[in-house]
Design a protein around this ligand. Structure first.
Ligand code: GLP
Length: 241
């Protein structure tokens, strides 16, 4: 029996675990619709409120999503991104057998604000590339990314290059060694504009990441602001003590 009313475990939690189990075993696949609140309530003789609580919890975890007027569906699996290695989006997706691409929103050379200049170790007003891209995996928008790089350091960057991989250009064409980065991760939600670009609802959970990357001699290479979809990403780090 799936629901045991005599169990000390709350009923909503039992239903939640049951649905989670079906997703993990593959009995429910991404895109599948799940039964309605009413159907669950009737099948297990429990209240619709309890069903709603279980489903809300799975929606909040990102395992299910609701579509107005058509029901509740199983989400795509999240990408588990290790935090240890310093990799590029292109490398990450290829490693997973997915096809990376970028939709270029902006490619400009602008004067550095004092914040950007400070982060990149250059003077206020020095020329920096400001590059805004939607990063896609198998044509699905995953993240929005804005990169700042000094124009005099990263010579010859072009629209064509940034639509492929910035890191491979820097390493293979400029011969620089990308060695280390600092990353800051914060929870945020999608603005109206971000939601439109990523094809997600406004206020959708997102992970905001600031990355400062450095070359082998310690020169700051890039300042990057990324916004990853919270329903498609989870970050993983191994810790020792
Ligand atoms: C990831 C990182 C960015 C980095 C980018 C380079 O997305 N979060 O900080 O700039 O990779 O990716 P690519 O070499 O594919 O342009």
């Amino acid at each position: 029996m799936i629901i045991n009313k005599n169990s000390p475990l709350p009923i909503y939690y039992q239903l939640e675990s049951h649905i989670k189990g079906l997703i993990e075993q593959g009995a429910l696949s991404p895109g599948d619709t799940i039964p309605s609140e009413r159907e669950y309530a009737e099948t297990y003789q429990i209240s619709r409120m309890t069903v709603r609580q279980a489903i809300n919890s799975l929606v909040n975890e990102g395992l299910l999503y609701r579509k107005k007027g058509s029901g509740t569906f199983v989400s795509e699996r999240k990408i588990e991104q290790p935090l240890q290695g310093l990799t590029s989006f292109t490398e990450d997706m290829k490693k997973r057998g997915m096809s990376p691409s970028s939709s270029l929103l902006q490619f400009e050379v602008v004067p550095a604000t004092s914040f950007i200049a400070n982060q990149l170790g250059i003077r206020d007003g020095d020329s920096v590339y400001e590059i805004k891209r939607i990063r896609l995996a198998d044509n699905v928008p995953m993240a929005l990314e804005t990169n700042y790089l000094s124009e005099s350091l990263v010579k010859g960057l072009s629209e064509e290059i940034v639509q492929a991989s910035i890191y491979s250009y820097i390493e293979e064409n400029l011969g620089f060694q990308i060695t280390r980065a600092d990353q800051l991760i914060e929870a945020t939600k999608a603005s109206k504009e971000e939601a439109k670009l990523l094809q997600i609802p406004k206020d959708h959970p997102m992970l905001f990441i600031q990355r400062n990357t450095y070359l082998s001699d310690g020169t700051p290479l890039e300042l990057v602001f990324s916004r990853y979809r919270g329903d498609r990403y989870k970050f993983f780090v191994e810790m020792e003590r």
